[in-house]
Design a protein around this ligand. Structure first.
Ligand code: GH3
Ligand code: MG
Ligand code: MG
Length: 383
């Protein structure tokens, strides 16, 4: 099917202007989440296509030089949107150097045909490659939006490739914007697909980024930056599953800081908070790579020690406890001595275990450690 090229350009421009305006409204004129720049990209894209519809009717300065510069400006806006969505500083100068260069080169080559067309294709091609690369770099872990952006950039590269092949094959007039043929129809349709995929991909990327941020905030304790109760218990469930499958031992330890109320009472809650941060950092830095730690409660931490039996766990907790007593927290000019008590439970046959039972045993052992005078660890008995 061969469509009337300029009507097709006009239809795509209309779609782009509607989508761009919606995005600008959603972005509320703030460019922090990348929506404003994405919307401006769409508007620029649509203006470029309106310019193409006027090819042959107005001066070539408007329908070719200005229109292609606007198209390049649209790609520059998409380029800066990617880091903006991630709250990073975008490469403004690099991104907008392309339309500037394109505008200058096309002005210089205005009286030529193939060189002018090839330069436009080459610069737009490079911009799509930059978008392709940035889409990879700025992918959200586990997200899919970057794939849509990469496909969009790929489609655009393909469309530009068609134009280059036709121009190099000696038929540049076939790619004039007022000529209707199958190659033009395909090329403009690919341009439309690019606009839709870029806008959709960037909006989706922004959503994925916000969701990932919310997930992080919900699962991380804001004070200590450790996983909070929910994720550390999920981790325990996963580790228990793995230990069952692989028939490996699994140990846990419940740690509770000694006389923490006194620290709050003598130095105030803010210092208490700083002490908690110190404890979390201290413990985390001394754990092995496969071990996990989470903030289980106020000043209680849960350690998960995969592949470790009871005696190994007891030894590790003893080392952590000694190291904690040897390193008082230094908050402002205060040195605050610290210790913890711990209940340790290790299982060599995790098949028969469940996490509630394991936690109960570790907690009972912790209670005994407190009663034994604190600053010690007690190994839980299997029953
Ligand atoms: P014990 O040796 O028996 O554990 O004595 P303790 O004083 O530590 O007693 P307990 O564990 O019952 O008290 C914990 C205290 O920790 C009470 C609470 O005010 C304080 N706490 C809990 N969460 C926070 C926090 O986020 N910041 C601060 N500053 N204090 C906290
Ligand atoms: Mg305590
Ligand atoms: Mg406590």
């Amino acid at each position: 099917m061969i469509a009337h090229t300029q009507t097709l350009f006009g239809a795509v421009a209309l779609v782009a202007v509607i989508m761009g305006s919606c995005l600008i409204l959603v972005g509320q004129l703030r460019h922090r989440d990348g929506m404003l720049t994405t919307g401006l990209g769409m508007l620029s894209h649509s203006l470029a296509y309106i310019g193409f519809t006027l090819f042959g009717q107005v001066s070539i300065w408007i329908s070719y030089v200005l229109a292609n510069t606007l198209l390049s400006t649209a790609l520059a806006f998409y380029t800066v949107s990617l880091p903006l969505i991630h709250g990073q500083r975008p490469p403004w100068r690099l991104a907008f150097a392309f339309p500037l260069l394109l505008g200058v080169l096309l002005s210089l080559l205005i009286d030529t045909q193939e060189p002018r067309q090839l330069v436009a294709c080459l610069l737009l091609f490079t911009q799509c490659l930059v978008i392709l690369r940035l889409s990879r770099i700025h992918a959200v872990l586990g997200g899919r939006a970057h794939r849509i952006l990469m496909i969009g950039a790929g489609i655009s590269l393909f469309g530009l490739g068609i134009r280059v092949v036709v121009i190099l094959a000696g038929a540049p007039t076939e790619m004039h914007y007022d000529v209707s043929n199958l190659k033009q129809t395909v090329s403009v349709a690919l341009g439309a697909a690019t606009i839709i995929m870029f806008s959709f991909g960037l909006v989706l990327l922004s959503r994925e980024r916000i969701e990932s941020e919310l997930r992080q905030t919900a699962l991380r304790d804001t004070l200590t930056r450790l996983p909070n109760r929910l994720p550390i218990l999920e981790q325990l469930t996963d580790e228990l599953e793995r230990a069952r499958r692989q028939h490996t031992p699994l140990s846990i330890a419940m740690l509770d800081l000694d006389h923490f109320k006194q620290i709050n009472d003598s130095h105030g809650h803010l210092v208490g908070d700083a002490v908690l941060r110190h404890c979390a950092d201290h413990l985390q830095q001394r754990l092995r790579r496969n071990d996990n730690i989470g903030r289980y409660g106020g000043e209680e931490f849960l350690l998960i020690l995969p592949g470790t039996d009871a005696s190994g766990a007891l030894e590790l907790v003893d080392q952590l406890r000694q190291s904690m007593t040897q390193h008082p927290a230094q908050i402002d000019d205060k040195h605050i001595a610290l210790s913890f008590s711990a209940g340790v439970y290790g299982s060599t046959s995790p098949v028969a275990e469940d996490i509630t039972g394991m936690l109960l045993k570790a907690d009972t052992a912790l209670y005994r450690a407190k009663h034994a005078g604190r600053n010690t660890q007690v190994l839980a008995t299997a029953d």
